[in-house]
Design a protein around this ligand. Structure first.
Ligand code: SF4
Length: 368
């Protein structure tokens, strides 16, 4: 078996450590490029969600490299994620590829199916003892990749030497690819944390603070969202991203619960108290949280035609009015262009700066 999988943030680093340890040969797709998007867009139904198209491109590029198996997560309704794997499987089979598709559905759709999929993904035999070490290491690596990105995101607006910051983060991410033991990971982590904590920075009073909310794939995949974290950081904005691959995975596993998501759902409750699919509730709850934290604005990232985020968008506008919080909604698909996005983000930051100079209203002033 030679398995390929979709890209999502730094998942490839964690899976690249997990699978060889389990004795499964993997064929990671190349990094997402124009070609990936074109391949997916050409074959997927026109009105399919953009992430379906890009991940289809990942699979096709993985197959070009010799993969004979595809690992994909199954989805939970009510939105279209539940159909992703099935649609992609049919498209790939119609192209004449003899590829095995392993879909990991939530166990609520059947424990047997879930365990069978896990068994294949674990290399044929489901041994808890064998899997425990590998999964623990891969999980900690994934968590640390997010920690690194959080450092980079929050530091970018405060440092002069952005190139060195990028090099430091990229080199650390590269070192993680060859980690085989927890002890090695701990050493890399300690060293990187110390370097990043001591990274020379300017004292910046009154920084503009912006939170990112939205659909997990668009909000996390910087090769798709035009690296908006970096763009905002270069404009001098402190950025916090409420969307996390780690929390997303945690939330989809049985017996686990994401504390972050739970909190966001509680905050969303006065506005939206039923599941609308995807990250719809999270987007609303995280917007409330940023307002309560005193952030200056929120950027909402989602795929064009994403039903849960379109529902969230209307509700978030009400949250924005209630808390006097500007929100920039950015729908991204294959037609989105970097120049247009940059112009809109620059204009948004301009507005936030002017509001900052005029003195943003406090929560007390707006009766909160
Ligand atoms: S969350 Fe949005 S983009 Fe993702 S599958 Fe559902 S509708 Fe599509």
């Amino acid at each position: 078996m030679k398995a390929t999988f979709p890209h999502l943030a730094h998942l490839d680093i964690a899976l690249g450590v997990l699978y060889p340890t389990l004795g499964v040969e993997i064929v990671p797709p190349p990094p997402i490029s124009k070609k990936t998007i074109e391949m997916g867009v050409k074959l997927a139904p026109q009105n399919a969600c953009f992430p379906l198209k890009v991940t289809l491109g990942n699979f096709l590029e993985g197959i070009e490299r010799g993969a004979d198996t595809v690992f994909m997560a199954g989805g939970v309704g009510p939105c279209r994620f539940g159909y992703y794997g099935q649609v992609q499987k049919i498209i790939i089979e119609d192209m004449g590829h003899d590829v095995r598709f392993i879909l990991l559905d939530h166990p609520r759709y059947g424990w047997r199916q879930f365990l069978d999929a896990i068994k294949v993904m674990m290399g044929g035999r489901f041994s808890l003892v064998r899997a425990k070490r590998a999964v623990t290491l891969a999980w900690q690596i994934l968590r640390f990749t997010e920690e690194l990105e959080n450092y980079r995101r929050s530091l970018r607006c405060q440092v002069e030497d952005k190139a060195t910051l990028d090099t430091m983060v990229e080199e650390t991410l590269d070192r993680l690819r060859s980690v085989e033991e927890i002890r090695t990971l701990a050493n890399i982590r300690d060293e990187a944390r110390a370097n990043l904590r001591d990274f020379p920075r300017r004292q910046r009073e009154g920084m503009i603070r912006v939170g990112i909310v939205g659909e997990v794939y668009i909000a996390q995949e910087k090769r798709i969202n035009f690296n908006i974290d970096r763009l905002l950081g270069d404009l001098g904005v402190y950025v916090h991203n409420s969307v996390s691959t780690v929390e997303y995975i945690l939330h989809t596993l049985p017996f686990f619960r994401s504390r972050d998501k739970h909190e966001a759902w509680q905050l969303a409750r006065p506005y939206l108290n039923r599941f609308v699919g995807g990250e719809g509730i999270d987007s609303v709850g995280s917007t409330v949280r940023y307002a309560q934290w005193g952030f200056d604005g929120v950027v909402h990232l989602y795929p064009f035609t994403c039903m849960p985020e379109v529902v969230a968008k209307g509700i978030m506008n009400q949250v924005g009015k209630d808390y006097d919080l500007p929100i920039l909604h950015l729908a991204i698909d294959e037609h989105a262009g970097e120049a247009g996005l940059v112009t809109r983000v620059e204009a948004f930051v301009d507005v936030l700066e002017r509001r900052g100079k005029m003195g943003r209203k406090t929560l007390e002033a707006i009766g909160r």
